[in-house]
Design a protein around this ligand. Structure first.
Ligand code: SF4
Length: 699
C-alpha cells in the first residue's frame, strides 16, 4: 500500500522517449513506480524496462567509495589525485593530452560543466561521448540541411500523420511507448506504417509494408524515392523555390540509378519498391522516423540527408503530421547536444569552427583557454590513447571497453594509458576494472537535474533517495576538480544554478540566429526549477515555450534556405568474403538497456530473452552445420563471442544479428561490439556498427 508521503515526479533513465515516472513510497518502505499520466511523452504509459525501475534502486553492486589504484580513498584524496594528475599531464604535454569521454546518461547539468571545463578552461575539445555511437550522423545531417541541429518533429506528428515510415528502427522494442502511441493512432485514424529494415522485427510484423532491404542500401532507396517523386510531379515547387537550395545536384545524384538499379542495390523487388514510392508520393502527411540503422553507418550522414531531401522536395516539413524525425537512443542524447557535448560542438548549439561563436562563448564564460579546433571523436580518441598521444582520460557513465568498436583494442589502450579516471555507479564493468582512479557517481533515483528527449522536451530527473554510500553527483565532482585545478567559474551551489547559466548562454547574443534558446529559464528560481514542468524548446524570454520549427521555412543557414544535399550511393566499407561470409548487425533487445548495468539487476527482465544469442537464417545455419540452440562462435578479425544460435527466417540470408547488451568485465570474448571494425562516417565520425563481415562456427 502506498503511503501519503508526497509522490515524486521524475523521468525514466533509459531510452530517448523520455517517459515521465511517478515514484511513491509504500507502507513497508519500498518505492513503487508508475507512468506519469500528465507527462506529455507517455501520458502514463511505461514499457517493461521503465516499469521495473523500482527494482534497480538497491545498493547491490554499487561503487560506494572512491578508489585510488585499487585501495579505498576519501573524496579529498581522490579529487586531489584527479586534479593533480590532469594538471601534470597538461603541464608536461599540453591540453590535448587529456580527454573526457561522457555519456547520454549524464544529465544536462553534468554535461554543461564538463564541456565548460574541457573547452573553455583546460583548452581542449577532446570531449566526446557515447552519443557519437548513437546520433552523430543525425546531428551532421541536420546541420548540412538546416544549418543547425534542429529536430523538427514532435511525438504528436506521429499521431497526426497518415503514413509513418520507420527506417532502421525496431521501434516496438527500442522506443516502446512511442510505438504504443503510434499503434493507438493507427487504430484511431488508420495510419499506415512502412518499416524499412533488413530484419523482420517485431516492428515489421505490425507494418502495412515491410521493405527488407539489403543492409547499408538506404541511400539508394531514398535516392530512388526522390527520383520517383520528381517523376510523378510531387515537388512542392513554391516551397522549394522559396525555401530550398541544392535541388539540381541532389536530384542529379538521385536520378543516377534507374528503379531497376535501385532494386538491384537494395535487393528489393521492383513491385515492392514501386508500392513504397507510390504510397509516399500519394500521401501528404508523411513522417519518416529513423534511428540507429540509419545513423550507425559509414554513409550515415548521407542516409540522413537522403531522407531529409525527400521531405524538403515535397515541402513536407514543419507542418503537423509530416517531417523527418530522428529518434535518439539515450535519455539525454539531446541534452548533451544542447550543451555541446560532442568533440566538434561548442555550447548552446554553437560551433567550434565559427570564430564568432568561439568569441561569444569565451566572453560569456570568461574562459582563459578557449578551444579553437574540434577535438578527437570517440573512435579516434581511443586510438590516440593507444598511440600514447592522449595520456589521461576521464570516462563518465559509460563502458567503452565493452561498447566501442574494436572494444578489445580499446581495453588494451586503456591498460597502457598513464591515467584512467572512471566515474560510474559500479566497478563491475570492463572499463572500471581498468581505472587508476574510480569515483562513485550518483545514479538514477539519486541524481537531480534535467534531460531532453527526442522531441526537444526538457524534463526534470528528481532524487528519490540519498546517494548510495559516498556517491556524489557528476556535476559536483567535475566542479570540485575544476576548482582544485585553479579555475574560477565553477562555484555552482546546485544543478539549478548550472541550468540558469546554461539557459543564459543559450540566449546570449542570440537574436533568433540560433535554434536553441531557453532564455525564459535564465533567471529561474531554485523553487521554480524544482517544480519545473516538462517543456519543449525553443523557450525564448517572454515567449511561451515550444512551437514548430520551419513552418514557414526560416532555416538557420546564412540565407535562411534549407539545403538538399547530393548523396551518391556508397557501399559499407567492408564486404563479406569467403573467409567472413556473413554481415553482423548489432542492436538492442526489448527488455535490456546498454551493457545491463541497471536492467541486469532485474530477474524478470530476463524472462523475454535470457541469454546472448546470434540470430541466423536457416540456410546459413545449415551451411555452418549449426542447429537451433547450439553454442556458436561469431568471429571477426577483431574479436569473437560465444553465444546461443537462434535460427529464424526473420533474419536475412547472409546476415547475423547479435545483441549488444551482454558483457563480461573479466573476459575479452564476450562483447559483440568488439567484433566490429572502427570504420566511421567521414562527416559525423559515427562508427559502422551494423555491417561487419564475420564467420559463425559451431563450438
Ligand atoms: Fe523508459 Fe523508453 Fe520505456 Fe519510456 S519507452 S519507459 S523512456 S525505456
Amino acid at each position: 500500500m502506498v503511503t501519503d508521503a508526497p509522490d515524486i515526479r521524475t523521468t525514466c533513465p533509459y531510452c530517448g522517449v523520455g517517459c515521465g515516472v511517478i515514484a511513491s513510497r509504500t507502507t513497508d518502505g519500498r518505492l513503487e513506480v508508475k507512468g506519469d499520466p500528465d507527462h506529455p511523452a507517455n501520458f502514463g504509459r511505461l514499457c517493461s524496462k521503465g516499469s521495473a525501475l523500482a527494482e534497480t534502486l538497491d545498493a547491490d553492486g554499487r561503487l560506494l567509495q572512491p578508489r585510488l589504484h585499487g585501495r579505498d580513498a576519501n573524496w579529498d584524496e581522490a579529487l586531489d589525485a584527479v586534479a593533480s594528475g590532469l594538471r601534470a599531464v597538461i603541464d608536461a604535454h599540453g591540453p590535448d593530452a587529456v580527454a573526457l569521454y561522457g555519456s547520454g546518461q549524464l544529465l544536462t547539468e553534468d554535461y554543461y560543466v564538463a564541456n565548460k571545463l574541457m573547452k573553455g578552461f583546460i583548452g581542449t575539445a577532446n570531449m566526446d561521448t557515447n552519443s557519437r555511437l548513437c546520433m552523430a550522423s543525425s546531428v551532421a545531417g541536420h546541420k548540412r540541411a538546416f544549418g543547425s541541429d534542429t529536430v523538427p518533429g514532435t511525438y504528436e506528428d506521429l499521431e497526426q500523420a497518415d503514413l509513418v515510415v520507420l527506417v532502421g528502427s525496431n521501434f516496438a522494442w527500442c522506443h516502446p511507448v512511442l510505438f504504443q502511441r503510434l499503434q493507438a493512432a493507427q487504430a484511431k485514424r488508420g495510419t499506415r506504417i512502412i518499416v524499412i529494415d533488413p530484419r523482420r522485427t517485431a516492428t515489421a510484423e505490425a507494418a502495412d509494408l515491410h521493405l527488407p532491404l539489403r543492409p547499408g542500401s538506404d541511400v539508394a532507396l531514398f535516392n530512388g524515392l526522390l527520383a520517383h517523386l520528381a517523376t510523378v510531379g510531387a515537388e512542392d515547387t513554391a516551397y522549394v523555390a522559396e525555401h530550398v537550395a541544392g535541388l539540381d545536384d541532389a536530384l542529379a545524384a538521385a536520378q543516377a540509378l534507374s528503379v531497376y538499379e535501385v532494386a538491384a542495390v537494395t535487393g528489393l523487388d521492383a513491385i515492392t519498391l514501386t508500392r513504397f514510392f507510390d504510397m509516399v508520393a500519394a500521401t501528404q502527411r508523411v513522417v519518416t522516423v529513423y534511428s540507429q540503422g540509419v545513423n550507425q553507418s559509414t554513409a550515415g550522414t548521407d542516409k540522413v540527408n537522403a531522407i531529409i531531401n525527400c521531405h524538403l522536395f515535397t515541402g513536407r516539413i514543419g507542418k503537423p503530421g509530416m517531417g523527418p524525425f530522428s529518434i535518439t537512443g539515450q535519455p539525454n542524447a539531446m541534452g548533451g547536444r544542447e550543451v555541446g557535448g560532442l568533440a566538434n560542438q561548442l555550447a548552446a548549439h554553437m560551433a567550434i569552427d565559427s570564430a564568432d561563436d568561439r568569441d561569444r562563448v569565451q566572453r560569456f564564460w570568461q574562459a582563459p583557454s578557449m578551444v579553437s579546433t574540434p577535438g578527437l571523436m570517440a573512435v579516434d580518441l581511443f586510438r590516440a590513447i593507444d598511440r600514447g598521444e592522449v595520456k589521461a582520460v576521464w570516462i563518465m557513465a559509460t563502458n567503452p571497453a565493452a561498447s566501442l568498436p574494436e572494444a578489445d583494442a580499446v581495453a588494451r589502450a586503456l591498460e597502457k594509458c598513464p591515467l584512467v579516471i572512471v566515474s560510474d555507479v559500479t566497478d563491475q564493468t570492463r572499463t572500471a576494472k581498468l581505472a587508476d582512479i574510480l569515483l562513485p557517481a550518483a545514479g538514477w533515483g539519486e541524481k537531480d537535474g534535467t534531460v531532453t528527449n527526442s522531441e526537444r522536451r526538457i524534463s526534470r530527473q528528481r532524487p528519490l533517495l540519498p546517494p548510495a554510500g559516498e556517491a556524489r553527483a557528476d556535476w559536483r565532482i567535475i566542479c570540485d576538480v575544476a576548482r582544485r585545478m585553479g579555475f574560477a567559474g565553477f562555484d555552482f551551489a546546485s544543478p539549478a544554478a548550472i541550468f540558469r547559466e546554461h539557459a543564459q548562454l543559450s540566449a546570449f547574443e542570440n537574436g533568433g540566429t540560433r535554434d536553441f534558446d531557453i532564455g525564459a529559464y535564465g533567471a529561474v528560481e531554485d523553487a521554480a526549477y524544482d517544480a519545473m514542468l516538462p517543456f519543449q524548446w525553443p523557450a525564448p524570454k517572454d515567449q511561451p515555450p515550444g512551437g514548430r520549427f520551419f513552418a514557414d521555412g526560416g532555416f538557420f543557414t546564412g540565407d535562411r534556405r534549407a539545403r538538399m544535399v547530393a548523396t551518391p550511393v556508397r557501399s559499407p566499407v567492408e564486404a563479406p568474403s569467403d573467409t567472413w561470409p556473413l554481415r553482423l548487425n548489432t542492436g538492442r533487445i526489448r527488455d535490456q538497456w546498454h551493457t545491463m548495468t541497471r536492467t541486469g539487476q532485474v530477474p524478470r527482465l530476463f524472462s523475454h530473452l535470457a541469454e546472448p544469442f546470434a540470430e541466423l537464417h536457416p540456410a546459413d545455419a545449415d551451411a555452418a552445420g549449426v542447429e537451433d540452440a547450439d553454442l556458436v562462435t561469431v568471429r571477426s578479425p577483431h574479436g569473437q563471442v560465444i553465444v546461443r544460435a537462434l535460427i529464424t527466417d526473420r533474419q536475412q540470408k547472409g546476415s547475423v544479428f547479435v545483441p549488444m547488451h551482454w558483457t563480461n568485465p573479466y573476459a575479452s570474448c564476450a562483447h559483440a561490439d568488439a567484433l566490429v571494425a572502427g570504420h566511421v562516417d567521414p562527416v559525423s565520425g559515427q562508427p559502422e556498427l551494423k555491417h561487419m563481415p564475420v564467420a559463425v562456427d559451431k563450438v
